[in-house]
Ligand binder design. Structure first.
Ligand SMILES: C[S@@+](CC[C@H](N)C(=O)[O-])C[C@H]1O[C@@H](n2cnc3c(N)ncnc32)[C@H](O)[C@@H]1O
Length: 284
């Protein structure tokens, strides 16, 4: 939610997806009159399907994590194919597209790389309970080998996963990174996808700390030092964090009473943390 409930860094929720429509150039094929009639849309369906925005809910995710609602392939198949045409789904998943194609009297071909989804696909398409109707027309082909070698490409995804991209030991200590998100009162996300957790501090006042981080640290350039003997998790790096002007943020959090030192762990600045803490208590 970004800086919720204060401006200026609220995040807009992207709760929609685009459908991209591509068409091969060339003449449309001739279609028999009766097939055309059988594939006709009503006026209401046409208005609804060809409007720029669709509103319908998602599918309940059981057995697969990314299933379409049936309404989605149903509309697209009815909009762009005639009965008897062939629909290709290169990423079958649970088989929703093939199921709808069959129900709409189209042929269908689906590819799925993960054999674990086979029984789900069979169940969805109806192989198990509707055997006499569909079985003679449905064929499952298992590929034994890759039919071609996929060439290696130098691809770096735009959305990075949460794992550190560089091993902490390989970090250039003076590289500056921009803070792009305050993930919680003790974790920052950097512009290279890494997540940094303040080393050795326990946040005492989460709400005030979040305000401070959102107001003063979000969007700023920081450098961080990882204490190599302090183990970092796979998903974040435990580190001392400094602003470009060398303000030591971990220390500031303790000095200002927002955090206290994590007791009983050893790291280079432990004694310094204790001094900051005493200083904060004296000034309280
Ligand atoms: C987003 S899901 C599709 C869900 C589907 N629309 C449904 O409603 O169930 C994408 C599927 O593509 C499969 N997949 C990924 N790469 C593939 C590949 N190279 N060949 C075939 N299937 C692949 C994945 O295993 C996954 O099940």
């Amino acid at each position: 939610m970004g800086s919720y409930p204060y401006p200026p860094n609220g995040l807009v929720e992207i709760d929609y997806e685009f459908i991209l429509i591509f068409k091969k150039p060339g003449e449309s094929k001739k279609v028999l009159k009766e097939v055309k009639e059988a594939s006709k849309l009503s006026k209401e369906e046409w208005k609804e399907y060809f409007s720029g925005h669709w509103h319908f809910g998602g599918a309940k995710q059981v057995g697969h994590e990314a299933m379409f609602p049936e309404e989605l392939p149903l509309r697209l198949i009815r909009m762009f194919t005639f009965q008897g045409d062939t629909v290709l789904d290169p990423f079958l998943g649970s088989g929703t597209t093939v199921k709808m194609a069959i129900e709409l009297s189209r042929n269908a071909i689906g590819y799925e790389i993960n054999e674990g989804f086979l029984s789900l696909i069979e169940e969805k398409i109806g192989l198990k309970d509707k055997l006499p109707i569909f079985a003679q027309h449905i064929e499952i082909i298992r590929r034994k080998n890759n039919t071609f070698d996929v060439p290696k490409i130098n691809y770096i995804p735009a959305i990075q996963n949460a794992n550190p991209l560089i091993k902490p030991s390989e970090l250039d200590k003076d590289t500056l990174f921009k803070v792009v998100k305050i993930l919680s009162e003790d974790k920052l996300k950097l512009d290279n996808g890494q997540v940094i957790k303040f080393l050795g501090v326990i946040i005492e006042k989460p709400e005030e700390t979040l305000n401070y981080l959102n107001q003063k640290i979000l969007g700023e350039k920081i450098l961080f030092k990882n204490n190599n003997d302090k183990k970092s998790s796979e998903n974040f790096i435990l580190a001392y964090v400094y602003l470009k002007n060398k303000l030591f943020i971990n220390g500031y959090l303790i000095k200002s009473g927002l955090a206290v030192p994590e007791l009983g762990i050893s790291h280079k600045l432990y004694n310094k943390y204790i001094q900051f803490w005493k200083h904060a208590k004296d000034n309280d």
